[in-house]
Design a protein. Structure first.
Length: 255
């Protein structure tokens, strides 16, 4: 799983390991990636580490080689990416291009390196981590919103290309998920929005005003991890080119 040394990716890798998968922890910080792998092994799971920057071809080559050193790869979860709070006025073409490279082309690089082996073995799972902003973009982060839409589109195109191979391609679309970076962001902007009190109170206020949803809270990493684990299982054999939204009802659409 790419981007699995922290946050959402870490939670997903740990759940997949608990379900019996031999996971590869990827990140750019070697010590952090090894720490996650060691936690998994301490819980009787199997984990190895692949360190590298997927924003470059050489980095993707290094990550793929390290991942394949332990044997064939049957599951690819493209989670690695980045976001910021830059708006239209400051999102230069260079920022757009870099965001696209990090959030979209990183996944393309891993697909091109790992999916051919899945085709040959006639079984595999590819899961893109997308997001509700792909369908319902905000005024800020236009470049980030666009990369999520590209991830969703890429997953469907790949599903069509994988027809009849035994390999599936789908997307899990989280809403606002409570990871450390999100809590730090919400805490920093809380005074400007008039959100105060305990963290629970701030979370409820932010969930109602910033990312309105039916449950009045942020999602938890394990809730996303569970959706990914389902798509990676044999129970999801008949799911292709689909998007599973795990957002508490943030997206107000029946389709």
């Amino acid at each position: 799983m790419t981007g699995s040394s922290t946050g959402l990716g870490e939670a997903t890798a740990k759940l997949l390991a608990a379900e019996g998968a031999n996971v590869v922890i990827h990140g750019r910080n070697e010590s952090r990636a090894h720490a996650v792998a060691e936690e998994i092994r301490s819980a009787d799971g199997e984990a190895s580490v692949a360190v590298g920057d997927l924003a470059t071809d050489d980095g993707a080559d290094a990550v793929a080689a390290a991942a394949l050193a332990g044997g064939s790869i049957d599951i690819l979860v493209n989670n690695a990416g980045a976001y910021d709070q830059v708006g239209w006025a400051d999102a230069t073409p260079a920022i757009w291009a870099q965001t696209y490279n990090v959030n979209v082309l990183s996944g393309v690089r891993m697909i091109q390196r790992l999916v051919p082996g899945m085709r040959e073995r006639r079984w595999g799972r590819v899961v893109q981590i997308g997001g509700g902003l792909a369908l319902q973009p905000m005024a800020v982060q236009p470049h980030y919103n666009a990369t999520l839409a590209a991830r969703h589109n890429m997953a469907v195109s790949l599903a069509r290309d994988l027809k009849g191979t035994g390999v599936t391609s789908n997307t899990v679309a989280p809403g606002a998920i409570l990871v450390d970076t999100v809590q730090e962001l919400v805490t920093s902007i809380a005074p400007a929005h008039g959100w105060s009190g305990s963290w629970d109170e701030i979370e409820r206020a932010a969930a109602n005003e910033w990312v309105p949803n039916d449950l009045g809270r942020f999602g938890r990493p394990d809730e996303i991890a569970a959706a990914v684990a389902y798509l990676c299982s044999d129970f999801a054999e008949y799911i292709s080119g689909a998007t599973i939204r795990v957002d508490g009802g943030t997206i107000r659409s029946a389709f």
